[in-house]
Design a protein around this ligand. Structure first.
Ligand code: PEP
Ligand code: MN
Length: 337
């Protein structure tokens, strides 16, 4: 349930109403926006007496939230959420580009890539240390060593780190070494992992599962938020369709849909969506034009010999060229890059 208070309602009245609502055993979230104060009520609101004198004087309107996702819902939080990832703000006017190799392969490799993507305008380094691979015979990542190498790249460049976590038992090992956890497509509904990440305050980049609806995606975000971690970033990375030419099909319509349904920032991953390096630039431009808050792009020092996802990885030159084009699109849509 959402209670929109009249403009200028005094603070002590807001507190009185919130206190009265708490007696119904519901959680009351106060959201102070630039235009209005909104009380977002989560829990069983069926007993709340909406005609109470407590509400009548100061309430502009009361709305029921029909959707199963509450904290994630834009109705609960009309303004865009801005998530701080190691000092980089995601959401709002800025566009944020996260870039790096699919897998961290060595110190020289990750440091060189971090320096290059930073020079072209990326503001976050993204590299995999634990790699969930379709085949058990494929490279599985450098694991703990990869995490340390990412931190060397961060020390050299100042870029915050996003890296994937696949197991709730690894959270302690990641704490202090990552600025943002990535939950991969295959783990979008690993509810144990989501619940444990919800107990931290570290931002989570949650990727959409390749066969999941937007509602299922938002419910997974709700799992993290309901645990107390409000720092969730959504990532559209392509879904399975009848088309096999591309690795996945980038669901462009997910961008405006998610922005309408939720207040959380939306990042697009054109690399895993297409599986083809030559397509990444077009999909990146389309995503920014459609309202994405940023991109996750795979960039490799030597794509042909990459240990994972070489076919979709951009060279430094391709990335630089893409960034130039994106700056043009950003200007057209009134965003900063
Ligand atoms: C990745 O980001 O390298 C990755 C494995 O992505 P996804 O989970 O979207 O397949
Ligand atoms: Mn990859």
């Amino acid at each position: 349930m959402i209670i929109v208070l009249k403009n200028g309602t005094p603070q002590e009245e807001i507190n009185k109403i919130a206190g009265w609502l708490s007696r119904y055993n519901v959680e009351v979230n106060k959201i102070v926006g630039s235009n209005a104060t909104v009380l977002g009520i989560v829990g069983d609101t069926s007993a709340v007496d909406t005609n109470s004198a407590y509400l009548s004087e100061h309430v502009e309107k009361i709305m029921k939230v029909q959707e199963p996702y509450k904290r994630v819902n834009r109705k609960m939080h009309p303004e865009d959420s801005i998530i701080d990832v190691g000092g980089v703000k995601i959401g709002g006017k800025n566009l944020i580009i996260m870039a790096g190799p699919c897998s961290v392969e060595g110190e020289d490799q990750i440091v060189e890539i971090a320096k290059n993507v930073k020079a072209s305008g990326a503001s976050i380094i993204r590299g995999g240390a634990w790699k969930p691979r379709s085949s058990p015979y494929s490279f599985q990542g450098l694991k703990a060593e990869g995490l340390d190498l990412l931190n060397i790249a961060k020390a050299e460049t100042g870029l915050p780190i996003v890296t994937e976590i696949t197991n709730p038992m690894h959270i302690n090992q990641f704490m202090g070494k990552v600025d943002c956890f990535q939950v991969g497509a295959r783990n979008m509904q690993n509810f144990e992992l989501l619940m444990e990440l919800g107990k931290t305050k570290v931002p989570v980049l949650l990727k959409r599962g390749f066969s999941n609806t937007l509602e299922e995606f938002l419910m997974s975000a709700e799992y993290i938020m309901s645990g107390g971690n409000e720092n969730v970033i959504l990532c559209e990375r392509g879904i399975r369709t009848c088309e096999t030419f591309t690795r996945n099909t980038l669901d462009i319509s997910a961008i405006p849909a998610l922005k309408k349904l939720s207040h959380l920032p939306v990042i697009v991953d054109p690399s895993h969506a297409s599986g083809k390096a030559w397509m990444v630039e077009s999909l990146s431009m389309a995503s920014i034009a459609a309202g994405a808050d940023g991109l996750l792009i795979e960039v490799h020092n030597d794509p042909i010999n990459a240990l994972s996802d070489g076919a979709q990885s951009l060279t430094y030159e391709m990335f630089e060229e893409t960034m130039k084009k994106l700056k043009g699109i950003a200007k057209i849509v009134g965003r900063e890059l």
